[in-house]
Design a protein around this ligand. Sequence first.
Ligand code: FAD
Ligand code: KPC
Length: 517
Amino acid sequence: MDVWGDCFTIAKWQQYVAETLESAGSTPVFNINPKDVREFDAIFLGGGAAGRFGAAYLRALGGRVLIIDRWPFLGGSCPHQACVPHHLFSDCAAQLMLERTFSGQLWFQQSKDKTVSIKSIIEFFRRGRVGPHAVMNYQSKEQLGLEFVLNAQPAIIDVHTVQVGDRQFHAKNLVLALGAKPLEPGMPGSQLKGVFNSQTLVENLDFEPGNTAVVIGGGKSALEYGCFFNATGRRTLVVARHQIMPMLKDAESRAYAILMMQEQGMEFLENAEVMEIQGDAQGRVRSVSIKTSEGITHVDTDFVFMGLGELANSEQITQTLDLQKDDKGFIKVNRRMQTSIPHVYAVGDVTGPPMEMFKARKEGVCAAKNIMGQTSEYKAADYPDFMHTHYEVCWLGLSEEEARQRYANVKVMKLPPDNPNGLDVGLPAGDRMMLYLMAKPRMSGFQKLIIDGDTRKILGAFHIGYGAKDGFQYLNYLVKKGLTIDDLADMDELFISPSYFIQLCRLRAGDPHFNDM
Ligand code: FAD
Ligand code: KPC
């Protein structure tokens, strides 16, 4: 199907994507300008965050670019199987925690013993995701003027030639933006019905999980999806080979985040390993065997979720191109996003961690600049980060422990303040925290700012609550530029804001030798 020149509305794209996903139809959609006779400066294989942003930037610089993707939409895994479902599930977890906490109080219905259907939330997502897909296609075609081929199975003929069906496309450069997929551990029983990862959960779940979820892994996906399962009312056991939540380096912040998960009933087995998943006669999960320091334990369940990291989508491509990869299959690139083969670039998850949207998009842009004759280098460093539990957890810079190793005069400001009677202190309470503040203050969040007392520069910041993610994106930029306690004290807070850093700094900034708070 050729669509260049036809105005596809968002509604029309929505219908097309829904029907194509439903039917698994294999007819490609060609959106190619027949009047443009220029050779393509680049073909982007993969139109996810990395490919779409790279292509858009390349076109903005005056180049001609073609995106080819196997899916019938642009935007990649983020809206289809990753960030968007993750945020939906985390929204559900936050809402369900609120309802359970206030069950039977104020206007809240009784919901303490209610189990919420995971299957219906997944089906809800599957129906709804075509909305973002349609917007990505509309924006790319009508607003950004991008040329693309969707729903395609591209074959690489050589570094400059890609074929879809019987059409060949030639370009000066090839950009691999193929993304990654969940790691499959291959433990006994991992193929049984009832074992899922972040992709298969949203694609394949077709039964209502019982009352126990076993989650394997201790990183972001494992905990994010685990908290969601827990919030739906299921016993949730997280089994991690090492420590859970290793990415949250500040010990006190991590302890609060873990305590809040435990108070919701999350169970953690650290330094433990799932040895085998047992099935029943129909090939469905029945139980798991877990090895801990105390021996082997068995847990009955019909639902296992694996959050074990990602593997590059590079196998197919490296059958044709002899690219250098690392031991996990991630394509090696230099800071200009150039691979080991001239004129071949790689961007986004296919180049390895950090697997984050900003990194994928910025690598795409970096490749585009280099292709168009600019000199651009990129390496993700000193970036802010976040994950969900039932809360949103944000962090940037150094933990208190790291700061104390590097600086002699570290000062800390935090809320709630240290309290001999524990966490039940009526502050902090930013956005979405007021109900907790009044009834269960310990649930109303935690925040911490780490400062070098000598230079007065901010070294790190941590926030567990809701609504601080937006601020952390900008805060990190300022911290990298040398933001001080005095600069923060000079800002204008939109009171009551999720992070109290501005007001805490203002309370202390007048003092040349300010103390902890
Ligand atoms: P993708 O978006 O995966 O794009 C790759 C594209 O290549 C796809 O469109 C695919 O169809 C196409 N492709 C692959 N093989 C072929 C082929 N042979 N032929 C043609 N096309 C092909 N990051 C955040 O910043 N925030 C979050 O909240 C967040 N949540 C996440 C939650 C989960 C569960 C996961 C797994 C990841 C999450 N991430 C998040 C990470 C984020 O999704 C990725 O970093 C980002 O999507 C990577 O973009 P990409 O363009 O490199 O890859
Ligand atoms: C909400 C949203 O933007 C989800 S999908 C983003 C895909 S892309 O803009 O191509 O990075």
